[in-house]
Design a protein around this ligand. Structure first.
Ligand SMILES: Nc1ncnc2c1ncn2[C@@H]1O[C@H](COP(=O)(O)OP(=O)(O)OP(=O)(O)O)[C@@H](O)[C@H]1O
Length: 793
């Protein structure tokens, strides 16, 4: 008997879907275990319950070991908890939120058709772009769609694709625009919200925009907030509707009452400061660049216009290294190109506004120079943090005015930031002032740019909140203008107006500004956002430059005005004064015309006066007949036009017109005769000089007897007499006669000129075509003919 062979049981092949499901199940199970795990002991990303695709992406990008903030935040974020992450600049916060976002989509088996799953909000376009690039890198093995939604890009293009994106990386203004205008955009599917640079997103500059955005999000979502200077304001957190959030990083240390002073700047950042007078800033910067030609440097200035001018003038001065400028008013594509350029180059100086101060990850920046004092410690931290990133060395140089030194160093001290004072060696200073002056003298555009930079700087100092540090009145305007190459100090109108108003207030005995300062500030800090009275454009700011956002910074107070303003906004040359002005009324042409009518002004009227100041009436415009005067007096009573009377009036006036023209023609003829006479006399005198003078009988050489024979000239009085009764041919003959005058005048005028000489035959020739005659007429001739025609009619 044959033994039955035992075949192995046929097993069902494991499908991709099953594999996926089992991986997801296993990951989810591990999430729960994370609570009991000591995450600080995790050395590699692979020790986290992360999908194979994420691990592969991280490995490809050479991210194997998680940084401190990543270690602390990934676990709670994977568990679906709200996270508030704070860590020093350059410590890897981007991956700390990107990894959980990727995992969320993966575990939820989110497909392209499921709509938006996560929205990442960044305060600047460059930062959004950078996050997008990092997402592409680490998420390349995943199957999802992502969109970069920032201002300055094609709105239509974004609009059509918004509904197909699973992850959106946006600036607040642009996102709100889509929410308002794009019917395809549906945020109700969204499950994860990330705010990078959360404190900035939540500050007053974005307050209204962000509130409006948040309203559109489903309340049961996960929220992740990250920043180097994290918000711990209860008000802010309440706005975001956070549920039992986990604090990771410094705020946690703070909250738990730890004696450990939280680290706010990287250890490897060497922090320095110098004190220079305002007029020496340019010299200092120029000398600094000349002494660091082989380094990568970022120079922060407080406004676009300053960045623009310094960049333009330094390019002309040619320091011997690459120069770049990054500021909000540049076109978006240009901004991205400059960003990429700066990332790639190693010996380069980037002049920038604060759009580059947050989050941007430029590799190997050697120096960060804060040429204009930062607004506060937070801004200092973010600016300085562009150097010494991710455990690399870097240096920062804070440039302070003598008036700023005490206040700013004190503020930094409060946050345990110690900055080393360095002294400038005067021998190493090279002043480019003479060259700058020469360039400005040649180039009016450059001069205008310098003037704008000047006003923008004064404005930025004026708007700063901390008056202990920033005192606009301590600035030497003239010296500063000279340092920018300006011979004449530009007028700072907004300040003039402000001072005038202040003076007036003091005179009228109102409470002094300084007395109310603290009070007002407190009020401002507690004011709701819609109390913002000033609105200024945002393009210079570190925001995304979208139209929605009008206020750049929180709580800039203007002494005594109880108003909040933007800082560093240099888009308007003229800053609104601290008083809210009435909107200037637009003067239209219609309004002007109305005014003229009201005042009975006759526009476009030329009035002549005689020597005694009496008006000389223009006979052409005056009605002269008695009938006309009668008609005019009756006009008001008639309430319409009496056609018959008007006809008669015209006939009467016609008579006066004809008379006037007749006298005009006579005058003209007289003049012409005199001219001809004079010419002939001159010719006669010329020939006399050659052949001897022909004296008359009495031997006195009387001119009248020497005059040409004018018998051929028609007698004007006869002509006009005839004209009174002339038939239809009269106009022809008069034209001919006129032509004769003209021709004779010409021939005598240009007797030497054979081309213009006309034979006697021409004179006798009949005028064939009227048009031929009139086309050659001068204005005067035409007038005479017109007069004659009129007389004939
Ligand atoms: N785990 C990691 N291993 C190696 N490099 C990392 C890791 N995480 C982040 N980096 C690198 O560190 C640098 C800084 O990261 P990132 O820009 O995320 O810092 P950040 O904390 O967001 O800084 P900022 O506060 O200025 O926004 C980047 O170049 C990034 O590629």
């Amino acid at each position: 008997m044959k033994e039955k062979r035992a075949f192995p049981k046929k097993t069902k092949p494991i499908s991709q879907r099953d594999l996926l499901d089992s991986e997801i199940q296993s990951l989810k199970a591990q999430y729960d275990e994370l609570s009991s795990k000591d995450v600080s002991a995790i050395k590699r990303f692979s020790e986290f319950p992360l999908s194979k695709k994420t691990i592969k992406g991280l490995n490809d990008a050479k991210f194997t070991e998680p940084s401190e903030i990543q270690r602390l935040s990934i676990a709670p974020a994977l568990q679906g908890r709200d996270v508030l992450g704070a860590a020093i600049t350059g410590s890897g916060k981007t991956l700390a939120f990107l990894i959980p976002v990727l995992e969320h989509l993966y575990v939820a088996k989110w497909s392209r058709s499921d709509g938006v799953a996560a929205i990442i909000i960044s305060p600047t376009r460059e930062l959004a772009y950078q996050i997008f690039e990092t997402l592409k890198k680490v998420g390349k093995h995943h199957d999802f769609s992502a969109g970069l939604i920032i201002g300055g890009k094609n709105l239509k293009f974004e609009r059509s694709r918004m509904d197909q994106c699973n992850i959106l990386i946006c600036t607040p203004g642009r996102l709100l625009q889509h929410m308002d205008e794009n019917p395809l955009f549906n945020a109700s599917t969204m499950e994860v919200l990330v705010l990078d640079e959360a404190d900035r997103c939540l500050d007053m500059g974005f307050e209204q925009t962000l509130n409006a955005i948040i309203e559109n999000f489903p309340p049961d979502r996960q929220t992740l907030l990250f920043s180097a200077t994290q918000t711990s304001s209860v008000k802010d957190l309440a706005r975001l509707n956070l549920k039992n959030p986990v604090f990771v990083g410094q705020p946690q240390a703070k909250q738990e009452g730890s004696s450990v002073i939280p680290k706010v700047v990287p250890d490897l950042l060497q922090q320095n400061y110098v004190v220079v007078s305002l007029e020496d800033k340019i010299t200092m910067l120029w000398s600094f660049i000349k002494n660091h030609l082989k380094q990568k440097i970022i120079v922060f200035l407080s406004s676009c216009k300053q960045v623009k001018f310094i960049f333009e003038i330094f390019c002309k001065l040619r320091p011997g290294t690459s120069l770049l400028a990054l500021y909000g008013t540049l076109h978006q594509d240009r901004r991205i190109a400059i960003y990429n350029d700066f990332v790639k180059k190693s010996n380069v100086v980037l002049f920038a506004t604060d759009i580059a101060s947050r989050g941007l990850d430029f590799p190997s920046v050697n120096w960060v120079v804060q040429l204009d004092c930062p607004e506060d410690v937070t801004q200092y931290i973010h600016r300085a943090g562009r150097s010494a990133r991710n455990k690399t060395r870097g240096e920062s140089l804070l440039v302070l005015l003598p008036s700023e030194e005490e206040g700013m160093i004190e503020e930094l001290g409060k946050k345990s930031i110690s900055v080393r004072k360095i002294l400038i060696d005067p021998k190493k200073l090279f002043s480019p002032r003479a060259k700058i002056e020469a360039y400005l003298a040649q180039n009016t555009e450059l001069k205008a740019s310098a003037q704008r930079a000047f006003v923008a700087y004064i404005k930025s100092v004026f708007l700063m909140k901390n008056k202990k540090v920033f005192n606009v009145m301590s600035l030497d305007f003239d010296a500063y203008a000279k340092s920018l190459g300006l011979v004449v100090t530009p007028r700072v109108r907004f300040l003039d107006r402000y001072l005038k108003k202040q003076k007036k207030a003091n005179e009228t005995g109102t409470q002094s500004e300084s007395d109310t300062d603290d009070e007002e500030r407190t009020k401002n800090e507690n004011k709701p956002s819609n109390d913002v009275l000033f609105k200024a454009s945002e393009s210079d700011s570190d925001s995304d430059g979208d139209d929605f956002i009008k206020i750049k910074r929180a709580n800039h107070d203007i002494k005594g005005d109880n108003q909040q303003q933007t800082s560093g906004n240099d888009d308007d040359e003229e800053l609104p004064p601290p008083v809210l002005r009435k909107k200037e009324k637009l003067i239209t042409k219609a309004a002007l015309a109305k005014k003229a009518l009201k005042k009975n002004l006759k526009v476009n009227e030329k009035v002549k006066f005689d020597e005694e100041g009496h008006e000389i009436a223009d006979p052409r415009k005056q009605l002269q007949s008695e009938l006309a005067k009668e008609y005019e007096s009756k006009l008001g009573e008639m309430g319409g036009i009496d056609i018959e009377m008007a006809k008669q009036l015209l006939q009467e006036e016609d008579k006066f017109d004809k008379q006037r023209f007749r006298s005009l023609v006579k005058q003209r003829h007289k003049k012409l005769k005199e001219k001809l006479k004079k010419k002939d006399e001159e010719e006669q005198q010329g020939s006399d000089a050659d052949e001897g003078v022909d004296y008359d009988d009495d031997g006195d050489g009387d001119e009248s007897d020497n005059s040409v024979d004018l018998s051929w000239l028609p007698d004007p009085s006869k002509v006009y007499k005839n004209n009174q009764n002339a038939d239809s041919d009269a106009d022809m003959s008069s034209v001919k006669q006129t032509k004769l005058y003209r021709k004779h005048a010409r021939s005598s005028d240009t007797s030497e000129d054979s081309d213009t000489q006309e034979s006697d035959e021409d004179f006798s020739e009949p005028v064939k075509k009227k048009s031929n005659v009139t086309s050659k007429l001068t204005l005067d001739d035409a007038e005479i003919i017109a007069a004659q025609l009129l007389a004939n009619s």
